[in-house]
Design a binder for this molecule. Structure first.
Ligand code: SF4
Ligand code: SF4
Length: 192
């Protein structure tokens, strides 16, 4: 089973510390000193706030991932029980954005070592002639796959709202729900 992480809306206070940690975790280590921090500020999870709820929403790393199934470039793969986007081959077609049932993919400029990458083929042509256009690619939660300490969002949350879900955690959750269901059934009187 794929891994994923969820946050408890009953604990989240909407402080957005997780969003900042996400951007920092995906920026160069010296980003705050060199000023090469993600300039467009694109966290891979988004805190949704309404009058009644505040909670971060991010990729569920679906088993039969709808995003991967519609990608014409095979840019979305399953790696180490997570769903990952290979931005090198993504063509920014947006199919995955439309297919994702959770609305957790965004399009962003591709950045390498703090610098935006330009497209090699297609140019912008206007009254001033032809000029380069930045590459735009799909972005989503990668579960901090390259970070030894695990997902940065979970590590910084002041309310410990995040819960990583793996095989055993999911089994425990299902068992708990089943038990609650059985107890609920015991309160129902079945008359003939
Ligand atoms: S991006 Fe959306 S469809 Fe793809 S694995 Fe994540 S939640 Fe599932
Ligand atoms: S935007 Fe990129 S990752 Fe998404 S479906 Fe298109 S090519 Fe694949």
């Amino acid at each position: 089973m794929n891994k994923f992480i969820v946050a408890d809306p009953n604990k989240c206070i909407g402080c957005r510390t997780c969003e900042i940690a996400c951007v920092l975790a995906h920026s160069p280590a010296d980003a705050l000193i060199t000023g090469s921090l993600d300039r467009d500020f694109t966290p891979r999870l988004r805190v949704v706030k309404t009058a009644t709820v505040s909670v971060p929403v991010q990729c569920h790393h679906c088993e039969d991932a709808p995003c991967a199934n519609v990608c014409p470039s095979q840019a979305i793969i399953n790696k180490d029980h997570t769903i990952q986007i290979n931005t090198e081959v993504c063509i920014g077609c947006k199919n995955c954005i439309i297919a994702c049932p959770f609305g957790v993919i965004e399009l962003v400029p591709q950045v390498l070592k703090g610098e935006k990458i330009q497209q090699t083929g297609l140019k912008i042509v206007d009254g001033n002639g032809a000029r380069e256009k930045e590459r735009i690619v799909a972005l989503k939660c990668d579960l901090c796959i390259n970070r030894q300490e695990g997902p940065a969002c979970a590590g910084v949350c002041p309310m410990q709202a995040f819960k990583p879900i793996e095989g055993t955690a999911m089994s425990k959750h299902v068992k708990k729900r089943r038990l609650a269901c059985a107890e609920e059934l015991s309160r129902i009187s079945f008359k003939q």
